[in-house]
Design a protein around this ligand. Structure first.
Ligand code: EPZ
Length: 431
């Protein structure tokens, strides 16, 4: 019985109606990081007993990967009221996971490393690309091959087998987050030492490494470009609380700036958001850090800045669309360069429907700030683009209606409830 069907997910026809011009006030609590919980759930397959994830974000992507694990025999109990996920993989079986689910969400691919480490083989449908890019997996497969896997890709299926996983040295041509995670997971139970060079350094990688180390894995260097793993014989079940979602936190920071409001955001780790702090400070936003969050005041004449997205610790690509909404409302010209994904400007055409003046030239978008955006009917084209449209709607004159909310529901827990609590005029309506 798949979890997904047990949960009333946002109806595909839901829309958000946002009335612009409201000042935000009060406090918002940030949820745990989607991009930590997904690889952690995938890695829990390796444990020989129950894993419990506390403070888990109740998001569609979390339900989908839980369903993927259910389709190979893992017992998963999602306790929505207590935001807890209990995972028992003691009866997991060596079979191909449900291909419809795998194609539904790319991060399902993170179970490759676990399946290879647990069973010495896997067979899985190639993930679809998505709106923001082709999203190949060559680096994932290169890394697993270095650990001794024989991999065959044909007819849209990836098959791999390894009589034994043996540690090795892997150089990633690009510091891929997913590839680093898959290799980290597989190497935890490989024989001997694995070194990942040019590894991704995102905070979610360190969070996954901490989860694995608590289970008994031997890992060092996580959060840097070089990670060393010495394989162990087995990993035990644990209870774990993931880090806060830095992208959700950054989204609310920009909400304060774009509505010229002062709000408190609880659950921010300044270390994880340095480039966003730096850029908002450059623009004139005032931020005060306290022991578990920040007070942010966007109530000032803000200055335009240029942004270039880069792998961590550079400016996060997952904050690019939200920053574009803000820069669209600031007098002056700015430029955003998207270096991580090849097609991550789909929000531009939607922002232009709201009066934004943006010109795309390859990987660059030149933004000429306008006095005020105007409300319009717009579509979320991907997760962060959807968030960017909410931010634009909060600042626009008039009413903005946002459809295709399933994109947003994948990565933000009850986003409209959190904004309503901050006094935004926002409603989810069922068509
Ligand atoms: C993770 O995706 C995140 N998703 C993305 O967040 C995030 O945008 C991305 O990292 C970059 O930070 C999750 O963690 C579930 P990559 P991932 O592998 O692992 C190329 C969101 O909004 N590449 O670092 O897929 C790839 O095409 C989502 O929460 C290869 O060429 O990202 C892309 O251009 C969106 N070959 C670049 O690397 C590979 O084998 C970055 O991809 C793998 C990746």
């Amino acid at each position: 019985m798949y979890i997904l069907k047990q949960y009333e997910m946002g109806d595909i026809m839901d829309k958000l109606v946002v009335k612009g011009g409201c000042k935000l006030k009060g406090e918002v609590n940030i949820s745990s990081a989607k991009n930590s919980v997904l690889p952690i759930i995938a890695a829990s397959i390796l444990s020989d007993s129950k894993c419990i994830i506390d403070n888990a974000p109740m998001l569609e992507d979390v339900f989908v990967i839980s369903d993927v694990l259910s389709s190979i025999g893992t017992k998963i109990n999602i306790d929505k009221d207590n935001e807890k996920i209990i995972i028992d993989s003691s009866d997991v079986i060596d079979k191909e996971p449900d291909s419809e689910l795998v194609r539904k969400m790319r991060a399902s691919f993170l179970i490759m490393g676990s399946m290879l480490a647990k069973f010495g083989r896997f067979k899985i449908s190639l993930p679809g690309g998505c709106n923001i890019g082709t999203r190949p997996i060559d680096l994932h497969l290169k890394g697993l091959t270095c650990l001794g896997a024989e991999i065959n890709v044909a007819h849209g299926i990836v098959e791999a087998k390894a009589t034994k996983l043996v540690g090795g040295k892997i150089y990633l041509d690009f510091p891929s987050v997913g590839a680093t995670e898959n290799i980290l997971i597989a190497a935890s139970l490989a024989d001997g030492e694995t070194i990942i060079e040019n590894a991704a350094a995102e905070p979610e990688i360190a969070d996954l490494a901490n989860f694995l180390k608590k289970m008994g894995a031997e890992i060092e260097g996580e959060g840097t470009g070089t990670i060393k793993i010495v394989g162990v014989k087995s990993l035990k079940g644990i209870t774990y609380k993931p880090i806060f979602d830095r992208i959700e936190a950054g989204t609310f920071m920009i909400a304060a700036a774009i509505t010229k409001s002062k709000i408190k955001i609880n659950g921010i780790n300044e270390e994880h958001l340095k480039p966003v702090f730096a850029k908002l400070t450059e623009m004139g936003v005032i931020m005060e850090v306290d022991n578990n969050g920040i007070t942010i005041d966007g109530n000032a004449e803000l200055r335009p800045v240029d942004i270039k997205t880069m792998p961590y610790p550079g400016f996060p690509t997952d904050m690019q669309a939200q920053m574009m909404s803000l820069l669209s409302c600031i007098k002056g010209t700015s430029m955003i360069t998207e270096t991580v994904f090849e097609n991550r400007f789909m929000h531009v055409s939607e922002l232009k429907r709201m009066g934004a003046e943006i010109k795309i030239d390859g990987r660059n978008a030149v933004i000429k700030g306008v006095e005020r955006l105007t409300g319009a009917d717009v579509k979320a084209t991907d997760l962060r683009a959807g968030a960017a449209l909410i931010l634009a709607g909060l600042a626009a004159d008039g009413v903005t209606t946002i459809s295709d909310l399933y994109h947003i529901d994948r990565g933000y827990v009850c986003i409209e409830k959190k904004f309503k609590k901050l006094s935004a005029d926002i409603e989810r309506i069922k068509e």
